[in-house]
Design a protein around this ligand. Structure first.
Ligand SMILES: NC(=O)c1ccc[n+]([C@@H]2O[C@H](COP(=O)([O-])OP(=O)(O)OC[C@H]3O[C@@H](n4cnc5c(N)ncnc54)[C@H](O)[C@@H]3O)[C@@H](O)[C@H]2O)c1
Ligand SMILES: O=C[C@H](O)CS(=O)(=O)O
Length: 484
């Protein structure tokens, strides 16, 4: 059972128009590490989604009319309340998603950083004055909130993926209807409770749980929703983008990845091992920017593989609240089956097992951190996002060959490489077809840097000075008759 300092944060109801609302039908939410039910959420659908949209539409004008400074003060207060309740939020997050408490605490701080950042960015939405072509004209560009925002978020970062959308949306003056992942709703509902305490008005921030396709259908169909911000799989992103077409919504998509992690022969191997460990095994490999393919140049392959495998063997698998635990469970059995499928396929095609390779003795959806050697491009793990604690090591010979291998995917989110040669760093960084490139580091995410992908990894950028643009509409004012 969750032991919270502030039990009022644990909400088993949706938050619509400032009211906590329940439904006759409920969905059980389980702890993936133990299988125990931690709570229930209402199973809402199209009708309730329509009500949430109506509430957001009604509430937006007053919120938009506040000055940027007024919105900034309220967002800052929300940020402070999130930090004040960090431990409870981390406990809720770890219980519903499974990640180790240390990682959960880190996610809460990371999530809060987007609210802090956009509390400031609210005050930096600048327009333009343009030199008019005729003497009697003046041209001014103003920027306004785009309208009601629909946000749909994934289970792997139940806090930060929400604040990365709610922060800029609210800062810009939009109201928002959020549908969190059904597996991890309680982090979102706790954030809503704190948003209300911070002074975000009724109807401005709404959270609805339940039948994803029904709710999503209404959010994408309604002409009262101007913008969809989605984070999740590429397949669902494509579906939602199609559903938004009839009302020409502005769409931003943070989708799947297939990150290459490259170790060149001039790399600092110890640093590369450290970077590969954090990039591959963060959240038990369940992040969109996890290293999905590890390419090692032939001459350092054996040395790197040996060091890396030793480091993997030190990982501690267990329930997130356990002492020293660094690997939690996967989100569900379906996720475990995908890892098993990728391992089986690779071994059948000639890969060799260096560590792990099977379900963990702890049961449930725990899986052994796994290293495969001599992996080739024929194997599924080269083409599909594993989304689990599987590290496949490939060999390569030349820089030219590596660029071709690394770019041979429909995805383009994150990529990483280790080299100490400045010429190689520039050549490879410019040649990689990805939205983000980690160079001599395995950690690339922060509220300050633009997060997003190219190709089928998505549209738009979150965080950074660019992140608020997706929630803004540009209006050109062209004034004549100035000379009369
Ligand atoms: N690019 C990023 O920033 C980023 C971040 C996290 C996860 N992801 C990607 O998300 C995937 C894992 O997350 P997931 O399993 O939650 O993804 P998912 O696409 O299955 O679900 C994401 C969200 O969409 C909802 N959803 C599912 N079907 C829907 C429908 N028909 N209509 C409306 N909503 C629907 C889900 O309930 C959830 O809230 C991975 O591919 C991962 O790479 C990307
Ligand atoms: O899983 C995807 C997240 O966006 C990764 S991060 O928390 O932003 O690094």
């Amino acid at each position: 059972m969750l032991q919270l300092k502030n039990p009022a944060l644990f909400k088993q109801a949706c938050y619509i128009n400032g009211q906590w609302q329940d439904a006759a039908e409920k969905i059980a939410v389980t702890n993936p590490a133990t299988g125990e039910i931690i709570g229930h959420i209402p199973k809402m659908g199209r009708a309730e989604a329509a009500k949430a949209i109506a509430a957001a539409k009604l509430a937006m004008p007053a919120w938009q009319k506040k000055t940027a400074q007024e919105r900034s003060v309220i967002l800052r207060r929300w940020f402070e309340l999130i930090l004040d309740n960090q431990e409870d939020l981390a406990q809720i997050l770890s219980a519903e998603q499974g990640k180790p408490l240390v990682e959960a605490r880190g996610e809460v701080i990371y999530g809060a950083s987007f609210i802090e950042w956009f509390a400031e960015e609210a005050k930096r939405v600048y327009g333009d004055v343009i030199a008019a072509p005729q003497a009697d004209k003046r041209i001014v560009v103003i920027k306004q909130a785009i309208g009601v925002v629909a946000a749909i978020t994934p289970w792997n970062f139940p806090n930060a993926m929400i604040t990365r959308k709610a922060g800029p949306a609210l800062a810009a003056g939009c109201s928002i209807v959020l549908k969190p992942a059904t597996q991890t709703p309680f982090s979102a509902l706790a954030l809503a409770a704190l948003a209300t305490e911070a002074g975000i008005p009724n109807g401005v921030f709404n959270v609805i749980t339940g039948a994803a396709s029904e709710i999503g259908g209404e959010l994408t169909r309604s002409p009262d929703v101007a913008k969809l911000s989605f984070t999740g799989s590429t397949d669902i992103g494509k579906l939602l983008m199609r559903q938004c077409a009839d009302t020409i919504k502005k769409v931003s998509l943070e989708l799947g990845g297939n990150a290459p992690f490259v170790v060149f022969d001039d790399a600092d191997l110890d640093a590369a091992v450290e970077g590969a460990m954090v990039s591959k095994f963060r959240n038990a490999g369940q992040t969109c920017i996890c290293a999905n393919r590890i390419y090692v140049q032939e001459s350092v392959y054996d040395a790197f593989s040996a060091k890396f495998t030793l480091a993997v063997a030190k990982l501690k698998v267990g329930v997130g609240t356990g002492e020293g635990v660094t690997q939690g469970p996967l989100i569900d059995d379906k996720a475990v089956q995908k890892v098993e499928e990728h391992i089986k396929d690779a071994l059948e095609q000639g890969a060799t097992l260096a560590h792990g390779g099977k379900r963990h003795a702890l049961g449930h959806s725990f899986f052994e951190p796994t290293v495969l050697l001599n992996v080739t491009t024929k194997m599924k793990v080269a083409r599909e996002e594993t989304f689990g604690p599987l590290a496949p090591l490939f060999r390569f010979s030349s820089e030219e060959e590596l660029i071709q291998l690394a770019n041979d995917t429909e995805f383009g989110l994150a990529s990483y490489f280790y080299s100490r040669d400045i010429g190689r760093i520039w050549r490879v960084a410019e040649a990689l077809e990805y939205g983000m490139v980690g160079i001599n580091t395995g950690t690339i995410s922060s509220e300050l840097a633009p997060f997003g992908g190219v190709k089928q990894s998505g549209l738009g950028r979150e965080g950074s000075k660019y992140g608020i643009d997706d929630y803004i509409s540009i209006k050109c004012l062209c004034m004549g008759g100035i000379d009369r």
